[in-house]
Design a protein around this ligand. Sequence first.
Ligand code: NDP
Length: 286
Amino acid sequence: MPTIIDGKKISQELKDDLKVKVAQYKEQGIEICLAVIQVGEDKASSVYVRNKKRACEYIGVKSLSYELPETTTEKELLDLVKELNERDDVNGILVQLPLPKHIDEDKVIETIDPKKDVDGFHPMSVGALSIGKKGFISCTPYGIIELLERTGVEMDGKECVIVGRSNIVGKPMAMLMLRQNATVTVTHSHTKNLKEVCKRADILIVAIGKKEFITADYVKEGAVVIDVGIHRDDNNKLYGDVKYDEVAAHASAITPVPGGVGPMTIAMLMKNCVNAVEIQDLKGNK
Ligand code: NDP
């Protein structure tokens, strides 16, 4: 039987650790504040935003909420981001994606002060990650490292294969695994012999966005398998990018869907909010 990597439990442990840290900062006179901006009323976005605000409340981070109408212009949104950049009492700025089509997402991300970029999407944050400098790290791949570390998976010197090269998962994941001294291969839709490449992996991380694509014949006996995918069928049942039952029989450890990588994303956003204290070099008043 493989170890089932319990993201729900690990994310709870992490949030509890962060709660203690936030309380310590408060004692030093440092209050952390996250500004959350949502444009329009996309249902899924509203759920994410609500969960993010709840997580802030749980760990003791103050949250400011900006719910803007769908008709908000790009300039109005950029002006709000600039105003929040200037405010000393705001440590993190999160603009919930996707944005309405008339707003250029890249422009908005690039307007956020990299020192407040708690999603880790700003080109400066991505650059800092690649060269090993201090900065915010994209929450999903950052959460995978936390899962592996807290499960006691050795990464140093291991063969890690990542399926997918998106800017928010695959690429930052590769940088993070390099930092852990893994030997990293990143695969994508042009990769030849994907099965053979995946079979080399001691740690296989799958973010391909295709329901149950990875079957047992892609997986080496005893590999650790991390499934980033999320797919919902008509009955609201969730599936990953990995065919779980079949692959679990060959893995030494595996993340389930739901309850694996998913719960880590918001917990890591909270970790980024707490990391803001160091990134901004905040000093308490006590
Ligand atoms: P993208 O669609 O942006 O990227 C998918 C990647 O998979 C691309 O790099 C693509 O290659 C590659 N790919 C597609 N088909 C193949 C193939 N046949 N063989 C090899 N590679 C292939 O997806 P994301 O990274 O944004 O997300 C991936 C999955 O993770 C989705 O299911 C998404 O819902 C989920 N997700 C979950 C999160 C969580 O919190 N748990 C957070 C973010 C995403 P190419 O570049 O060549 O097109």
